[in-house]
Ligand binder design. Structure first.
Ligand SMILES: *Cc1c(COP(=O)(O)O)cnc(C)c1O
Length: 394
């Protein structure tokens, strides 16, 4: 099997989809070929990011953009940019934010483990709203006026986590942010496809948007995109790049970094640990171009064909129902009924511990529902999944 066997690491059937824990997705040969070519040359990293900015701006509609080490890295860099602006002294002091704007406003129902990346910059998160719809006790969530009420002299940014159920609507939050001249950062890490979402959040008024490159885009697992306003992207890249160079020697491309607007050269910034390699930048850009070149319908049909092969291989299951669901990314869904041999979580674990190890989506396992995504399946995987389901449930 090659390199993984050689290292003693098992490969898995990834029916969870492109999640970080299960190594993101599969990288297309065209992308790995570009990464191999990139690896065979050296470049000036600032020039490469400036080239990336043109591609990303063209595809997202933003003024500028950079390739980051993932969406979470983009959140850290974007927050840092909102705090420091173009002041190298402030960049040098992070994560010590004393005397700076050091609060980021978030709707309470949008809090999640990835906002650790935002807090890493040295800010405190100010939560807004009481999401009683989440408790099942009511219908309401945070409202735009509550966000406006939380804005004060220390507000560095508003962070909005995009998702199907996010409230209030992004447009309303953008209106509040702009009325108070506060930058709005959107975490859109997993909001692709549809391809149109690459432009949607910028169009709705976001000042910065972070996407994951290792999820649906199909780029290197450790890649992402941060796009947005020219000044914020300039600040973000300054806090990410290695700046081990003398001021006089330094001549960054002005369309990404306008040297004339800086009083001096910042030190290595808070984002320097989130370094991005040349092969990652090239791989992400090639993957991004492939992603936008394929229509949502073609992508859907490819996934639909794959998940439709699971049921015939599974045959008839006892006290369990398997069906293909469309609506967004198609998936194969197994619903365990009364009398089924296993509970949802037992099925997830049995699949994971089997040979080959199959990773399903466990998010609804407690309700007896286990689903299988086509996004990261290889040829032959649908049949392997069906066979294991037959062994475990028939
Ligand atoms: C996956 C995810 C992230 C992190 O993205 P990486 O590219 O893995 O850094 C952040 N926010 C949300 C909502 C995500 O789903």
């Amino acid at each position: 099997m090659g390199i993984y066997e050689d290292l003693g690491a098992r490969t898995i059937v990834n029916a969870k989809g492109p999640s970080t824990r299960v190594s993101g997705g599969l990288i297309a040969p065209e992308v790995t070929a570009a990464m191999r070519e990139a690896a065979g040359h050296c470049v000036d990293m600032t020039e490469l990011q400036a080239a990336a900015s043109l591609v990303i701006a063209d595809i997202t509609g933003a003024e500028a953009g950079i390739v980051t080490a993932g969406a979470a890295a983009g959140l850290l860099l974007g927050t840092a940019a909102c705090i420091t602006g173009l002041d190298p002294g402030k960049m040098a002091r992070l994560p010590d934010t004393s005397g700076m704007k050091n609060e980021v406003i978030m709707v309470r129902s949008q809090r999640n483990f990835y906002d650790h990346a935002v807090r890493t910059s040295g800010v405190r998160i100010v939560e807004v709203g009481l999401p009683d719809r989440v408790a099942g006790a009511g219908v309401r969530d945070a409202e735009p006026w509550e966000i406006a009420g939380a804005i004060g002299p220390a507000t560095a940014a508003i962070l909005y986590v995009a998702g199907g159920g996010s409230r209030p609507p992004l447009e309303d939050v953008a209106r509040v942010a702009h009325a108070h001249h506060i930058p709005l950062i959107v975490d859109a890490a997993a909001q692709l496809p549809p391809v149109s979402n690459l432009r949607r959040f910028i169009a709705a008024g976001a000042d910065l948007v972070a996407f994951s490159g290792g999820k649906a885009i199909g780029g290197p697992q450790g890649s992402g995109i941060l796009c947005g306003s020219r000044d914020l992207i300039m600040s973000a890249i300054l806090q990410n790049l290695d700046l081990d160079i003398a001021w006089d020697q330094w001549s960054p491309p002005p369309r990404l970094i306008d040297k004339n607007r800086l009083v001096g050269l910042p030190p290595h910034g808070i984002g320097r640990p989130c370094k991005v390699g040349k092969e990652t930048i090239v791989g992400l850009l090639v993957a991004l171009r492939r992603f936008v070149a394929e229509s949502d319908q073609t992508r859907h049909d490819r996934g639909f064909a794959l998940v439709n092969r699971i049921a015939p291989a599974a045959g008839s299951l006892r006290n369990a129902r398997g069906e293909v669901r469309e609506g967004g990314t198609p998936k194969f869904v197994v619903t365990l009924e009364r009398g089924a041999k296993l509970t949802g979580m037992e099925l997830v674990i049995a699949l994971q511990n089997g040979e080959p190890s199959i990773h399903a989506d466990p998010s609804q396992a407690a309700a007896g529902v286990v689903s299988f995504s086509p996004v990261c399946l290889r040829e032959g995987d649908p049949e392997l999944i069906g066979k294991r389901l037959r062994e475990l449930l028939s």
